[in-house]
Design a protein around this ligand. Structure first.
Ligand code: BDR
Ligand code: CA
Length: 310
């Protein structure tokens, strides 16, 4: 199986991504590293363990990482995810321990200890842990198989400011490190995640699994959807983060372009904007595959089938 590290700020959609990975035999989740983002670190580190316990996977080590962006004040998103970050399902407090090591130290050690090209990082939140690891240990860049992340936007810009997507906005300096790192990047921007909507029929199919996992996912998406339904009148909510895991399992469900992407870190107006050279109008080096489209029905069929295994 492909060895992955999930770096995350759960978040209902992060939680579904973690479940999808844990349900998939093609992937070996070496560990889950929590970062501050949707809610503060203490809660994301808790929520990651809630999800592992729900999946019956207390063997997966969970590490706490950075509690604030590399150079800025933390911005959170309780307005979308609720005060716990995982509102919508009633789940017990976790009893599995948090690991002692700091997430950044563990990421560096793990990538160094494994063969070159073995480990893929899957960031689902602000890029603080990954940017810090690459800054502290630049040698890990050449050892990684790649980074597949959720963040940014091209045409569908702006879910936290008119110019920026939340994960990149929260820590643009960390994102800048990642996008300049030379590691092969695959990016799931809002352009693709906004096509992965939780319609009624799709959530009904997950609820119909009739399992604790199916109930929790239906509960989470029910909560998560309120924001998009009330604010935009849309049919459902975008299930952003699971697209990262689905891409590892079924890249054929996605299409994108290998382009140059740079991060705006200076301007207050466009802080965290992912400036993607979609039309190749510069000669800047191509550093990322920016995904633009997915087969949404295929994605939900995969997700539902996999959740049914837990
Ligand atoms: C991203 O921000 C968070 O709210 C979600 O979990 C996702 O990772 C979408 O912009
Ligand atoms: Ca997230």
């Amino acid at each position: 199986p492909r060895q992955i590290v999930i770096d995350t700020d759960p978040g209902q959609d992060d939680a579904v991504a973690i479940l999808l990975a844990l349900a998939s035999p093609e992937l070996e989740v070496l560990g889950i590293t929590a970062v501050a983002g949707n809610v503060p670190l203490e809660l994301t580190a808790r929520n990651a363990r809630v999800v592992c316990e729900l999946a019956g996977r207390t063997d997966v080590p969970v590490f706490a990482g950075c509690d604030r962006p590399m150079g800025r004040t933390l911005v959170t998103a309780e307005h979308v995810h609720g005060t716990t970050g995982l509102d919508g399902a009633d789940l017990p407090e976790p009893t599995m321990p948090l690991q002692d090591a700091h997430a950044v130290d563990w990421i560096v050690e793990t990538v160094r200890a494994r063969p070159e090209g073995a480990v893929t990082l899957c960031p689902l939140g602000p890029l603080t842990n990954i940017g810090t690891a690459l800054t502290r240990a630049p040698d890990i860049a050449a050892r990684l198989a790649g980074i597949v992340l959720m963040g940014g936007a091209y045409f569908e810009v702006g879910n936290i400011t008119p110019a920026a997507e939340f994960n990149i906005y929260v820590d643009p300096e960390a994102a800048d490190v990642v996008f300049r790192s030379g590691v092969p990047l695959t990016v799931m921007p809002l352009d693709v995640t906004h096509k992965a909507l939780t319609t009624r029929a799709r959530v009904d199919a997950i609820r119909a699994l009739g399992t604790p996992v199916g109930d929790a996912v239906a509960g989470w998406t029910g909560f998560f959807e309120r924001f998009d339904k009330e604010k935009y009148g849309s049919e459902g909510a975008p299930l952003h983060d699971p697209t990262v895991i689905a891409y590892l399992l079924r890249p054929d469900l996605f299409t994108g372009r290998h382009v140059n992407v740079e991060i705006e870190t200076v301007s207050d107006l466009t802080r965290g904007m992912t400036v993607a050279d979609w039309w190749g109008v510069t000669d800047r080096p191509r550093n990322a595959t920016f995904v633009g489209d997915l087969d949404a029905d295929g994605f939900y069929a995969l997700l539902t089938e996999r959740l049914g295994r837990l």
